[in-house]
Each structure stands twice: as structure tokens, then as C-alpha cells.
Design a protein around this ligand. Structure first.
Ligand code: ZN
Length: 269
């Protein structure tokens, strides 16, 4: 099988059964067909595509969420190039219709995905994968709640079908490893438990996850506003659209690759 592009990929977290660095290859048209025909990007990546593009073979389901999204960005760049066009951005300095600063601009803006920052803890602090909340952290709840940073195997659980008002609780339910005095056998039971908590205590649990595990690929990209030269930003979620570059994104990539080739050739001479 011709592998058009491959590069080393180093994980953010350390794992027992996964080497720190692997080789990642771009994916094929066949795998793109799989992606397009799936209604769940994360699932098709974890179950079907990532196992085919990583050498050596690794247990993908053991990867932590931040490493999963960094892998997806790298795979997007290897397969489709680094350019991505957003249809809207927010500028803090553009003047809006009310004469105030701050405007949502509906125009295309091409960005380089490789420039989106990766959030890491300050001063080489160790990356946390667990958090424990005690009764002191809560207002009503008298229990100890053990939480973990979600892995790919937890992401696969996000797909369970529940009514909308419960569905949004699934990712946080997946991160709960144990609650003292309770024995959950299924994620639905954890969702039910959260559903019946006081919202103040449920928020404590959600914020604890956010505070401990806001690590990895940022969902925001900051740039200089092309309209006013001020501070603009756009949101870049890793979703199906992320893997759909525009024609002009592909043309930019072609130019970039040609320029790199020319550099390599002139270095050889
Ligand atoms: Zn502006």
C-alpha cells in the first residue's frame, strides 16, 4: 500500500503499553470513504482509521483524550495539508453596528492548523490523569468522587443514545471512576446519578474536570484581523468539517510542498 506521507508523532502523556513516539501515516481514499460514510468521526477514527495509520500497533482505546485530538490534527495535516478555512471569526477591535468594539465577521479566513497552540501545564508540572473530590468540595453531596481523564474507550461511550437532556451529561459521566457507597454497573446509571444531583454539586464535578484536564490542542486560534489589524480569533473544532479542506486550502498545500521540494533540491546542490 503506498503511504504518501509519514512522520514521527510523540504523545503528550506517558503510557505503560504505548511507546512515547510512533510513526503516523496519511490515510487513503478508502479510509476517507469510511470516514465520510460514518456519522461519528471519533468512533470511525478510533475503531477503523487510527489502527491502520500508526506503526507499531498500539491499543488506541488507551490513549487519553488530549493525545487523541493531537493525533487527529497531525493526521489531518499529513493527509490534507495544514490549511483550513473558517467562514467566520470574532474581532475584539473591529467596530460593530452599535459603534462599540467587538464584531463577528462573516468572511472566509484561511489558517494554518499547525499554528494552533497546545495547552500544557506551567513549569513542567506533571500531567494529571486523576482527580478526587471529597465531601468538603460539595454543598449537599456527602461522598468521595474519583474522576479520571477520559481515554478513547470513554469517548466511544459518548455515542450511547439517551434523551437530549441526559446526553450532555455523558462525557462527564464517563470520567467518573467511582463514587463512595455506590456501585455503578453501566454508564447510564452514572448519568442517572448526575441527573438527580443538585446542579451546584454537578457543576463542581464539571469544573473539576475542566480545571484538571484542560490540556492539549486549543479549540481557538488567535490571529491579526485582516479588516482592522486588531486581535481576532476563531474557533476550530475537530469535527467532520475539520477533515474537509476547501480547494484553495489544497492549492496552498500544493504550493507549500513544491516550495519545500525546491528547497531540498537547492540544498543538495
Ligand atoms: Zn478587526
Amino acid at each position: 500500500m503506498p503511504l504518501l506521507m509519514n512522520e514521527e508523532h510523540t504523545f503528550l502523556y506517558t503510557y505503560e503499553n504505548i511507546p512515547p513516539t510512533v510513526t503516523l501515516s496519511s490515510y487513503t481514499t478508502g479510509m476517507e470513504q469510511l470516514r465520510v460514510s460514518s456519522d461519528n468521526l471519533n468512533k470511525v477514527m478510533i475503531n477503523s482509521i487510527l489502527p491502520q495509520v500508526i506503526e507499531p500497533k498500539i491499543p488506541i482505546k488507551e490513549l487519553y483524550e488530549p493525545d487523541f485530538f493531537l493525533l487527529l490534527r497531525h493526521l489531518r495535516i499529513l493527509t490534507w495539508g495544514p490549511f483550513y478555512t473558517t467562514g467566520a471569526w470574532y474581532c475584539q477591535d473591529c467596530v460593530n453596528d452599535d459603534g462599540l468594539k467587538g464584531k463577528l465577521v462573516f468572511k472566509d479566513k484561511q489558517i494554518n492548523l499547525a499554528e494552533i497552540p497546545v495547552i500544557r501545564p506551567d513549569n513542567d508540572e506533571e500531567l494529571k490523569t486523576k482527580v478526587i473530590l471529597t465531601p468538603d468540595d460539595f454543598i449537599f453531596l456527602d461522598a468521595t468522587v474519583d474522576m479520571h481523564l477520559n481515554k478513547c474507550k470513554d469517548i466511544l461511550l459518548y455515542d450511547i443514545k439517551l434523551p437530549k437532556d441526559r446526553q450532555d451529561l455523558v462525557p462527564i459521566a464517563a470520567s467518573i471512576s467511582h463514587v463512595s457507597g455506590l456501585d455503578f454497573v453501566d454508564i447510564r446509571e452514572v448519568v442517572d446519578w448526575l441527573y438527580n444531583l443538585s446542579p451546584a454539586d454537578a457543576d463542581t464535578i464539571k469544573f473539576a474536570y475542566k480545571d484538571a484536564f484542560s490540556i492539549g490542542l486549543s479549540s481557538k486560534y488567535n490571529f491579526t484581523c485582516p479588516e482592522c489589524g486588531g486581535r481576532a480569533l476563531c474557533s476550530v473544532p475537530v469535527n467532520d468539517a475539520y477533515f474537509r479542506p476547501s480547494r484553495s486550502d489544497l492549492q496552498e498545500w500544493k504550493k507549500l510542498l513544491r516550495a519545500q521540494k525546491t528547497n531540498v533540491q537547492s540544498n543538495k546542490q
